[in-house]
Design a protein around this ligand. Structure first.
Ligand code: BES
Ligand code: MN
Ligand code: MN
Length: 458
C-alpha cells in the first residue's frame, strides 16, 4: 500500500490510539500519580510492539521509567534517535478547564487534553509515522526511540542514564530528532535553532521565632516578607538588566547578520499581546521581545508567600517566615550550574543580618543549546518543511527548555534537530491544552519527509 493511502485509511485509528494515551494521568511532579506514570510507560511499550518495533524495553530509574524501542533494518543504514516525553504538567487549576483534562475530546478540529501538544501528541506523530513506514514496507533506516517520564521536572534520571557508557552505546545514532517545540503558525512554519537552559531555586527567609503583633513590634524587627521583596527587587536594575555580578559574561553577542535574521522574524503574526491580553510587553531595555526570550537570559520569580493570606479580613502580624521560588533561563554558552551558584551567593550577600536565609538550588539544572544549521540533518529538516508546507522555514530562537538536549549535545556530538508542530495557541502548561488535528497530520507527513531526506543524504 502507498504511504498516503495508509495514513488516510488509518486516520481514525491513529486518533483513537492517541486518545488512549491522553487518558493516562502521567503527571510526573505529583507522587500520587506514580502508578499512572507506570501505565503510560506500559502503554508505550504495548504501542511500540504493536507497530512492529523489534526491541522494546522499560528501563527503571530512581524515579520514573524510560521507554526504549528500536528497529534495526541494517547496520549499514543511518540511525535516527527520536526523543520525547510521556510525562505531563499538573493540570491545575481544574475549574478553568471546559472538560476534565484527561478526558480528551475534539472541538474545532483540535484535540483538547493535558499533554495533547506537550508532548504526547507530538511523540505520537513519530510512532504513527514509523507504523506507516513499517506497515507499507518503506522503512529504509534504523530508528530508536527514547521516551522519558521526567522532562517536566528536569530529566534527572535520563541525565544519570546518559552518564553510563553502555547506555550511550545503546543510543548510538546519527541524529537526535525531537518534536517538543512550536512553530510560529502553519502559514509561517519555523524551526528553533536554540533553546534556553534552566536553573531553579527555593528561598526561605527566617525572622522572629513566631508571628509577632505588628503594633507591638512593628518598625523594630525585620519583616521576612519585606526582606524577600527587597532581595527579589535587587535582582534587576531600572532597565531590567540583571545585577548578579558576571551574569552576562558568557552570553554570546550576535553578529550583525544574525541580528538581522532575528529582525526578520515576523513577530506580529504571533501577536503576543493579544494572545496573552497584556497592554504592553515589558523587559530588558535595548532588546525586542524576540531577543528578550531568544538570545537573552532572564530571571522570573515563580512564587512568593508568607504571612496572613488565606482568609478574609486583616490580621496584624509581622510574620515569622517568607518563602519564594525563582527560576533562571540561560542561553547557550552560559554555565547554568555556576550561574545558579552566583545567584545564590548574590542573594545571600544582600540579605541583612537580622534574618536567616536558606536557599536550595534544585536538581535538573541544564545549559542552553544552539544548533548547527549546517548539518545534513538540519538541511533535511528544512527540505522536509519546504516540501510539505511549500514555504521555507523561518529560523527562530526558543525561550523554553528541554533540559536533556544540551546533555545529548555534550555526550553525543551528533546533530540535534527540533522539528516541532505545536502552536503558540496550544495552551501548553495551561488549562485547555490542545493540539490541532491538522498539526498532527501535517507533522506526521513532515516527519516522514525528514526520515526520507535524512536517510538519503547519509
Ligand atoms: N516542550 C516544552 C519546552 C518548549 C515549549 C520549548 C515550547 C519550546 C517551545 C517542555 O516540555 C517544557 O515545558 N520544559 C520545561 C522544563 C522545566 C520544567 C525543567 C520548561 O521549559 O519550563
Ligand atoms: Mn515538552
Ligand atoms: Mn512542558
Amino acid at each position: 500500500m502507498k504511504i498516503d493511502n495508509y495514513i488516510k485509511n488509518n486516520k481514525d485509528h491513529f486518533l483513537k490510539d492517541l486518545f488512549k494515551f491522553l487518558k493516562i494521568k502521567s503527571i510526573s511532579a505529583q507522587s500520587e500519580f506514580k502508578k499512572e506514570i507506570r501505565n503510560a510507560a506500559l502503554f508505550l511499550k504495548q504501542e511500540f510492539k504493536s507497530i512492529g518495533m523489534d526491541k522494546v524495553e522499560i528501563l527503571s530509574t530512581k524515579k520514573h521509567p524510560i521507554v526504549y524501542a528500536e528497529k534495526i533494518i541494517s547496520k549499514k543504514l543511518p540511525t535516527i534517535l527520536v526523543y520525547g516525553h510521556y510525562d505531563v504538567q499538573p493540570p491545575e487549576p481544574l475549574n478553568l478547564w471546559f472538560k476534565p483534562p484527561f478526558e480528551p475530546y475534539i472541538k474545532n478540529n483540535k484535540i483538547y487534553a493535558r499533554g495533547a501538544a506537550d508532548d504526547k501528541g507530538q511523540v505520537f506523530m513519530h510512532i504513527k509515522a514509523i507504523e506507516t513506514l513499517i506497515k507499507t514496507n518503506n522503512i529504509k533506516f534504523n530508528v530508536k526511540f527514547i521516551i522519558e517520564g521526567e522532562e517536566e521536572m528536569g530529566s534527572d534520571s535520563l541525565s544519570n542514564f546518559l552518564s553510563k557508557k553502555n547506555n550511550l552505546k545503546l543510543l548510538n545514532a546519527d541524529v537526535v530528532l525531537v518534536s517538543d517545540t512550536e512553530m510560529i503558525s502553519l502559514k509561517n512554519p519555523s524551526i528553533p535553532i536554540s533553546l534556553r537552559g534552566i536553573a531553579a531555586m527555593d528561598i526561605e527567609i527566617i525572622g522572629p521565632n513566631r508571628d509577632l503583633h505588628s503594633g507591638v513590634y512593628g518598625g523594630a524587627v525585620a519583616n521576612p516578607i519585606e526582606i524577600l521583596c527587597k532581595m527579589f527587587s535587587s535582582l534587576k536594575d531600572e532597565n531590567n538588566h540583571i545585577k548578579i555580578p558576571h551574569f552576562y559574561d558568557d552570553v554570546i553577542i550576535l553578529k550583525d547578520k544574525e541580528k538581522d535574521n532575528i529582525k526578520k522574524i515576523p513577530f506580529n503574526i504571533v501577536n503576543y499581546k493579544k494572545e496573552i491580553e497584556v497592554k504592553e510587553l515589558y523587559g530588558e531595555k535595548g532588546y525586542n521581545t524576540i531577543e528578550r526570550t531568544g538570545i537573552r537570559p532572564s530571571i522570573e520569580i515563580n512564587g512568593i508567600w508568607g504571612g496572613y493570606t488565606e482568609k478574609e479580613g486583616f490580621k496584624t502580624v509581622l510574620p515569622t517566615k517568607a518563602f519564594g521560588k525563582l527560576s533562571l533561563r540561560l542561553v547557550a554558552n552560559q554555565n547554568a550550574k555556576k550561574i545558579a551558584e552566583d545567584c545564590k551567593k548574590y542573594l545571600l550577600n544582600i540579605a541583612p543580618k537580622s534574618v536567616d536565609v536558606k536557599i536550595k538550588i534544585h536538581d535538573g539544572i541544564s545549559n542552553g543549546m544552539l544548533i548547527d544549521t549546517n548539518s545534513k540533518a538540519f538541511v533535511a529538516a528544512q527540505k522536509a518543511i519546504q516540501k510539505v508546507f511549500k514555504k521555507e522555514p523561518i529560523l527562530t530562537r526558543g525561550g523554553g527548555s528541554i533540559p536533556i538536549l544540551s546533555k545529548f549535545q555534550e555526550k553525543f556530538k551528533i546533530p540535534i534537530v527540533m522539528l516541532g508542530f505545536g502552536l503558540p495557541s496550544d495552551n501548553i502548561h495551561s488549562p485547555n491544552e490542545n493540539f490541532g488535528i491538522d498539526n498532527f497530520f501535517i507533522g506526521l507527513n513532515t516527519i516522514i519527509e525528514f526520515y526520507k531526506n535524512f536517510s538519503n543524504s547519509n
